[in-house]
Design a protein around this ligand. Structure first.
Ligand SMILES: Cc1cc2nc3c(=O)[nH]c(=O)nc-3n(C[C@H](O)[C@H](O)[C@H](O)COP(=O)(O)OP(=O)(O)OC[C@H]3O[C@@H](n4cnc5c(N)ncnc54)[C@H](O)[C@@H]3O)c2cc1C
Length: 365
């Protein structure tokens, strides 16, 4: 069976499905090819925050934070069942490398860019400790509370995919590409039992982007650094609200209560293996347990961990220190004869609305 499409998108993560929805909205015939299932990649292995990224302010990434907080506003308004505002607490201990004044300044700026209208505030230590009985009191100097949003990343991706399908986009799951040929007038993609032709190919394969480019000899302007991150799922609810904590080496991690479990994350590890071969590293589990136990009265044990999951971030190579690499995305458009090829590089779960809008606008003509 052979079918022609206005656009073929590789990858049904949040970005591929959101762009499918945006193009279908323009009346285009769209197919998405997913080698696994909808949302199987980073879009179901994230920290599930819909946020501007308070810590990116430290790197002066104001435009990224502002755009992400605009997207947060859009998602809170349009997906109230899936994206919810929560109180996040930021305790400052004696050994915290960022002092209270710095957090206060960062929160002020973050509040300035936020559109939900809830102001950050200082919380009395006694009030905080009464609410967070599991946390140790020694060394606590100050506590701040601010509002940010949480989601279920997998459910959100499935919701966007469902909207794309309703608008007519086809999402083909469990499809391995057998061959991809670019001729002057058209691009032909052969699957096991179907052949798709198009003049617009979009590579939205997230952390797999370079592997796909290499395999099919596609031109590209960037390369990604693969940065894995793990989360521990603890078998019970430890705290009433999410908290962000600092490590002595200036890294940040969080403890977030979910329905019946607690999420602890995340880590950052540069990976050179192919994405499908990236595995959870025991050192990362030990790191998260150790750092959490620095703050918890009752130390967590390995047996308290119900699950460990790993995701890979595709960050555009730009700095030596991966934690300083920007979370910004790039839309990389190439013309190949009469065809167009767009790669999506980088990005965050939060910024899929503006990414899809900009890409659809770029591809309108
Ligand atoms: C540990 C971690 C924590 C994070 N936390 C947050 C957070 O709290 N908030 C936030 O905003 N962002 C967060 N992110 C970032 C966010 O998860 C990603 O930016 C986002 O999910 C990327 O979506 P995507 O659609 O580009 O890629 P993906 O969701 O990875 O989708 C790519 C898809 O392409 C498919 N694919 C790969 N190769 C092929 C092929 N050859 N053919 C067809 N399909 C293929 C894959 O199976 C996959 O489904 C986090 C990321 C990680 C890893």
């Amino acid at each position: 069976m052979q079918s022609d499409y206005d656009a073929v998108i590789l990858g049904a993560g949040i970005n591929g499905t959101a762009l499918a929805r945006a193009l279908a909205e323009q009346g285009k015939r769209v197919a998405v090819i997913e080698k696994s299932q909808i949302g199987a990649g980073a879009s179901s292995h994230s920290s599930r925050l819909i946020h501007g990224g308070l810590r990116y302010l430290e790197n002066f990434e104001f435009s990224l934070v502002k755009e992400a907080l605009n997207d947060q506003h859009y998602l809170l308004q349009n997906y109230p069942k899936l994206v919810k505002l929560r109180n996040f607490y930021l305790p400052v201990y004696e050994n915290s490398p960022r002092p209270a004044w710095m957090l206060r300044a960062g929160l002020w700026l973050y509040g300035f860019f936020s559109r939900h209208g809830q102001k950050a505030r200082r919380v009395e230590n006694a009030e905080f400790l009464a609410r967070f009985g599991e946390l140790r009191a020694e060394g606590l100097k100050a506590v701040f509370c601010y509002a940010d949003a949480k989601t279920d990343d997998y459910a959100l991706t499935c919701a966007i995919a469902a909207e794309a399908k309703t608008l007519g986009a086809e999402i083909l799951e469990d499809e391995e590409i057998q061959s991809l040929t670019i001729e002057a007038e058209k691009i032909t993609i052969c699957l096991a039992e179907r052949v798709l032709t198009t003049s617009l190919l979009i590579n939205a394969t997230g952390a797999w982007v370079d592997e796909v480019n290499t395999r099919f000899s596609l031109p590209s302007s960037y390369r990604v650094e693969k940065l894995s991150g793990i989360h521990l799922v603890i078998d019970r609810v430890l705290l009433p609200d999410p908290i962000f904590l600092q490590t002595a080496s200036k890294r940040i991690f969080f403890i977030i209560p979910e329905k019946e479990t607690t999420l602890i994350g995340t880590t950052e590890r540069s990976e050179s293996a192919d994405v499908d071969d990236i595995k959870v590293n025991e050192e990362d589990i030990a790191y998260l347990l150790k750092e959490s136990n620095n703050y918890l009265k009752n130390a967590l044990k390995r047996s308290d961990i119900k699950e460990v999951f790993i995701g890979t971030r595709p960050l555009i190579k730009s700095a030596k220190d991966p934690s300083k690499m920007s979370r910004e995305y790039k839309l990389d458009l190439h013309r190949l004869g009469k065809n167009r090829l767009l790669h999506i590089y980088g990005g965050k779960l939060t910024t899929f609305p503006s990414l899809a809008k900009k890409a659809a606008e770029m591809l309108k003509s």
